[in-house]
Design a protein around this ligand. Structure first.
Ligand SMILES: C[S@@+](CC[C@H](N)C(=O)[O-])C[C@H]1O[C@@H](n2cnc3c(N)ncnc32)[C@H](O)[C@@H]1O
Length: 289
C-alpha cells in the first residue's frame, strides 16, 4: 500500500501538450510499424510539437489517451503521418533560387555537356512532396532547351516517402494558389486550365518526371545526377543524420554536379569539404570531387 502511494505520488501530473516518454515511445513504434517511417531519426522537438497538435485537435486529454486512439483509428493515424511529414510546397518556391539555377547553374551544366557530348540532363528532386518542385525544374529546362539546345533532353526523378503526395504529383492537377510564383508566360505555355479553376501540367512536362517512393534515409542507388534539389527536409533531421544524407547525395551527384538546399539549410562540417559554395545565399553548392 505504502509502495503504491509512493508510486502514485511519483507519477507527475502531465501538463497540457506534454508527452510522456512512454506515450512518445508507443507512438513512434506504432508509426514505424504502420508506415515504415522511423521517427527515431527525426528531431524529437519537431516530432513532439506535431504530436501535441494532433493530441489537442483530436480532443484527446493526454498523449497516452491519444496513443490508444491511434491504435484503433486508421484515419487519425493517417492525419498524424500527414502532420509529421509536412508537405508544404509550391511551384518555384523561393523564386530567387530558381533564377540562380536558370542563369548560373544550367549554363555551366550545358557548357560541360556540350564538351562531353552528353545530351541528357539528369535532375533529382528529393522529398518532392506533391510534385511542384520537380515540375518547376522540368519547366525551367523545357523553356531553356530550345533552338541550339533542342537536342538536349531531361530526365527528372522525384522521390518522397509519402505515397499520397506522390499520387498527387502523378495527377499533376493544382489549385491556382500553388502557381502564384509561375511567370505568366510559363503558366500559359506549360499548364492547361481545367474545371474548378484547377491547372494541369502539360503532358510534355509530365513526361520527363518520374515519381518514386523512396526514403532518403535508405540507400538511394542513384548516380551521375547533374543537379539534386534537397530542400526543406534536412531541417527535420539531427545534425548527424543530415551529414549522412549529404554524403549520400554527394555520391549520387556526378563530379561537378550541383546541390540545392532549402534556405534554412546548410552543409555539415563533414560534407563541406566535398563541395564549393556557388551561391551561399541561395544554398547552391557544387561537388568538387
Ligand atoms: C516541406 S516538404 C518539401 C517539398 C519540396 N522539397 C519543397 O521544398 O518545396 C518535405 C517533404 O519531405 C518528405 N519527407 C520527409 N521525410 C522523408 C524521408 N525520410 N524520405 C523522403 N522524403 C521525406 C515529406 O513527405 C515532404 O513531402
Amino acid at each position: 500500500m505504502r509502495g503504491a502511494i509512493i508510486a502514485h505520488s511519483q507519477k507527475r501530473l502531465q501538463l497540457p501538450g506534454e508527452i510522456s516518454e512512454e506515450a512518445f515511445r508507443g507512438i513512434k513504434e506504432l508509426v514505424c510499424d504502420e508506415s515504415g517511417i522511423d521517427l527515431g531519426s527525426y528531431k524529437d522537438g519537431c516530432i513532439k510539437r506535431r504530436i501535441s497538435v494532433r493530441v489537442r485537435v483530436s480532443r484527446s486529454r493526454t498523449a497516452d489517451e491519444y496513443l490508444l486512439k491511434l491504435k484503433r483509428d486508421d484515419k487519425e493515424l493517417k492525419k498524424l503521418l500527414k502532420a509529421l511529414t509536412i508537405n508544404v510546397t509550391e511551384f518555384f518556391r523561393n523564386p530567387p533560387t530558381f533564377n540562380k539555377v536558370r542563369d548560373v547553374v544550367i549554363p555551366i551544366i550545358l557548357a560541360e555537356k556540350i564538351k562531353t557530348d552528353d545530351h541528357v540532363f539528369k535532375a533529382w528532386s528529393v522529398g518532392c512532396s506533391s510534385g511542384e518542385e520537380p515540375y518547376s525544374i522540368a519547366i525551367l529546362l523545357k523553356d531553356l532547351l530550345v533552338n541550339e539546345y533542342r537536342k538536349f533532353s531531361s530526365s527528372i526523378v522525384a522521390t518522397d516517402v509519402d505515397e499520397e503526395m506522390l499520387d498527387k504529383g502523378c495527377a499533376a492537377l493544382y489549385d491556382e494558389g500553388q502557381l502564384k510564383n509561375v511567370e505568366p508566360h510559363l503558366k500559359e505555355k506549360y499548364f492547361s486550365r481545367e474545371d474548378d479553376d484547377k491547372y494541369r501540367v502539360v503532358k510534355s512536362v509530365r513526361r520527363v518526371v518520374t515519381f518514386k517512393k523512396k526514403n532518403l534515409l535508405e540507400d538511394n542507388g542513384y548516380e551521375n545526377q547533374d543537379i539534386i534539389f534537397c530542400r526543406n527536409i534536412l531541417i527535420y533531421f539531427s545534425r548527424n543524420l543530415q551529414e549522412e544524407i549529404l554524403l549520400d547525395l554527394a555520391r549520387a551527384l556526378k563530379k561537378g554536379g550541383f546541390l540545392v538546399l532549402g534556405k534554412a539549410e546548410t552543409l555539415t562540417a563533414g560534407s563541406r569539404k566535398l563541395f564549393e559554395a556557388i551561391c551561399p545565399t541561395e544554398r547552391i553548392y557544387r561537388k568538387i570531387s
